[in-house]
Design a protein around this ligand. Sequence first.
Ligand code: SAH
Length: 252
Amino acid sequence: MVHFVGAGPGAADLITVRGQRLLAEADVIIYAGSLVNPALLEGAKPGCEIYNSAKMTLEEVIEVVRAAERDGKTTVRLHTGDPCLYGAHREQMDRLDLEKIEYDVVPGVSSFCGAAAALRAEYTLPDVSQTVIVTRMAGRTPVPEREEISLLAAHGATMTIFLSAGMLEELRGRLLSGGYREDTPAAIVYKATWPDEKVVRCTVGTLPAAAEENGISKTALILVGGFLGNEYERSKLYDPSFTTGFREAKKG
Ligand code: SAH
């Protein structure tokens, strides 16, 4: 049996209770060494075999799983954040399907949630944006042309941009050509929830300079949109004059 587990964004106590239990029970752990907090491995049982997938190919990962299955062992495949985002997760599941190896998936706190916590921000403010775009710049991994940043920026929605902290000049150009303004609020969150977390508030225009001043070029999320500003309408949900399924409007 293989459990794909989301490790959370960094802090070791931000894994789920289920994920932590499975880690403690695992005979084999394959973790994404580039971003998973090694402190999570301290909960492994004695004799657990531990592999760092940052140094492995997909074939090598599958070979480790195959060997574990032959011995009737349980494997945890530990992904950073949540496995459903930029985790090369599907290709592993497809291989396991082919080999008829059973697996399940335990979600984790994605770094874009960790970044909102670090910023004390809400991505979905009434009248500002009710949509969160999760995207990235094309790097060595291509992005479909119809999802090019300027096309997404044209929505003026909240944007959370992964894997792009090393390309901020280009990102800035694309955000501006898509319709954001130089003074649209933006932020860079480096290693959200880790002890060395850094939160840098800036604007779309100053993104590259802000990153450079703070020595940030990787392991960061770029957040863009009016949600980082100070203007919004309060919610209807908690408005005294509004009736909801759970509460009558207050009179007067
Ligand atoms: N599955 C992960 C994303 C993996 S892709 C998730 O759900 O978060 C790796 C990218 O995620 C990094 O380049 C960076 O953009 C972002 N990232 C991962 N952990 C981060 C953290 N703690 N703080 C800021 N960005 C992070």
